[in-house]
Design a protein around this ligand. Sequence first.
Ligand code: DGL
Length: 256
Amino acid sequence: MNKPIGILDSGVGGLTIWREIVKELPNESTIYIADSKNCPYGIKTAEEIYNLAKRLAAFLVTQDVKLIVLACNTITVSCLDKLREEFKDVPIIGTVPVIKTASELTKNKKIGILSTSATSKSKYQKDLIEKFAGNCQVINIGTAKLARSIERGENVSLVLKNELKPFLETGVDTLVLGCSHFPLIKDQIQSILKDVQVLDSGAAIARQVKRVLEKENMRSKTKPNHNFYTTGDVKLFNKILSQSLEYNGEAESVIL
Ligand code: DGL
């Protein structure tokens, strides 16, 4: 089935998941939509997040996508089930932090999770921690500032030092990035948390997308095409796409 895969996020962060999907599934076309105008979602209420996410999903449905990836932890933990209920005809895959993997890899049983405020406070994330990392000490930090600064292409080094302090103080040996924006600054995180293994969800989500397409018999065999849309600043989007993702694409502006 040669329809594209639809990928949505509150902004540019989900491009880190888009990159893994394109790597895992090189014949698949994609349509990516970033709601940069309304980013950050991580400080909004569940109701606000749902209303915004619903518009992004509806846009992808009008583009005739065969599957939707919520490349955003905040959207996933807030309203994955509601979106599945609303858009019954399209399979929807969410993104969650790889807490299970972290609990298998940690040696000292001390895990850090860095996500947005909404994600860190959510029942969804607390349940994941209890289910998979009940035998570990988990430092679950929600940050209000990082995603917004990354979205705006600002220098995050000062903010980052502060946000990572609790992980240094506790001595976690494994850190889970629970927001799709954070892999964009993975090198900076790693340079502060030198001996910590830093994990993100991108590759796991890409494998999940592949499994679903195969199960539903939806794989494409044609030459792929990648389209990008943003509700925010097109130039900023293109800059992050070329500098951080090393991909030269031109986003189109969209008003939802
Ligand atoms: N990138 C999103 C996530 O994975 C949220 C960033 C934001 O808009 O706050 O959680």
